[in-house]
Design a protein around this ligand. Structure first.
Ligand SMILES: Cc1cc2nc3c(=O)[nH]c(=O)nc-3n(C[C@H](O)[C@H](O)[C@H](O)COP(=O)(O)O)c2cc1C
Length: 160
């Protein structure tokens, strides 16, 4: 068993692509591209995702009590790349459309769906921190999602 084979197996497991957003302690919007998102529970409505401890946003997510899971639409590959690019950390929110919700979290415009969450539990897990959120608001559009597989992003294959 190796880290290499683990990574190969996970790379062959397709996912959607999300951007998780929140406000930091200085009330600046921050966010990063995330595919570790999963649903957990219906009663109460719970979802989870995890953040690597190497992320420049790790410290913020150790402290915040609200965040938004923005599920990207098929045409939002550029947004996914922007929020995964370390050199663009400071300018991410200048390069996309977003608004501050009534729950005081940033929400990206034109996404397939946005789940606004309040923190339910944080779990320290190896080199990542797992955040479980309780969904407090949902918006969604009738649009196909962006997909991630084998380290590439794209749309649903037409044969699907
Ligand atoms: C498709 C994709 C999925 C990602 N999923 C995660 C994730 O679930 N958790 C995480 O911490 N980083 C994930 N990353 C990496 C972060 O997006 C990236 O390291 C981060 O945005 C770098 O900037 P930061 O230091 O400002 O966070 C993912 C990147 C991509 C391209």
């Amino acid at each position: 068993m190796t880290v290499h084979s683990f990574k190969e197996v996970m790379a062959n497991y397709p996912t959607g692509v999300t951007v998780v957003t929140t406000f930091d302690g200085k009330n600046e919007p921050i966010g990063l591209t995330v595919n570790s998102f999963a649903s957990v529970s219906v009663d109460p409505l719970l979802v989870l995702w995890s953040i690597g401890k190497e992320s420049s946003n790790y410290k913020t997510f150790q402290e915040v009590d609200r965040f938004t899971i923005n599920i990207l639409a098929h045409h939002q590959k550029e947004i996914a790349l922007l929020f995964a690019n370390r050199e663009q950390t400071e300018v991410r929110f200048q390069k996309c459309d977003w608004y501050q919700s009534e729950h005081q979290v940033p929400v990206l415009e034109n996404v397939a769906a946005a789940l606004q969450c309040k923190l339910y539990k944080r779990i320290d897990a190896g080199d990542h921190l797992v955040l479980i959120g309780e969904v407090i608001d949902i918006t969604h559009e009738d649009v196909l999602p962006l997909l991630y597989h084998q380290r590439k992003m794209g749309e649903f294959p037409t044969s699907f």
